[in-house]
Design a protein around this ligand. Structure first.
Ligand code: ATP
Length: 139
């Protein structure tokens, strides 16, 4: 069966490069899924959990911003920020969540509120990414 080559990179580092059976990612227009032989496709990424299947097992990666490109069974994720579930520090994400919640209550301007909402979404997505990986036994 054909597989997909998945590469995830950020401006700082190569996060992973794997042969996989499926990729699901958080596009800004919603979640999208990629199986082998998918048509060429380009999407901006939102904040959330990317997941992929390898040998039938599910793996999770937190991504925030950037782009996904699919072409010739190659999925390239150029993310602004990305962490494998195994790399996520949940305590740090819990603290970031608390800070964002407190700032949300105090935010007076729309721009400030939107920035806090994004910080809150990053923290919640990191916590769920870790917990999905732990439930799948891959974290
Ligand atoms: P914080 O307030 O804790 O820095 P943040 O959402 O503002 O959270 P980002 O700007 O998304 O952080 O990321 C900055 C850098 O820190 C990136 O390299 C990212 O991978 C890393 N990072 C942030 N939070 C975590 C975490 N909980 N676990 C592991 N790495 C993290």
């Amino acid at each position: 069966m054909a597989t997909l080559k998945l590469d995830i990179v950020t401006p700082d580092r190569k996060v992973l490069s794997e042969d996989v059976e499926y990729v699901g990612a958080p596009g800004i227009m919603g979640e999208f899924g990629v199986l082998p032989n998918h048509v060429p496709f380009l999407s901006a990424l939102g904040i959330g959990n990317l997941h992929y299947k390898q040998n039938g097992k599910a793996f999770y990666v937190f991504v925030s911003g950037g782009f996904a490109e699919v072409s010739n069974n190659q999925v390239t994720i150029l993310a602004e920020v990305a962490e494998k579930a195994t790399e996520i520090d949940v305590e740090r994400a819990m603290k970031a969540k608390e800070r964002a919640e407190q700032r949300n209550q105090a935010a007076k301007e729309k721009v400030e509120a939107a920035r806090n909402q994004a910080a809150l979404k990053r923290a919640i997505s990191r916590i769920s990414c870790k917990s999905n990986g732990q439930n799948a036994g891959t974290c």
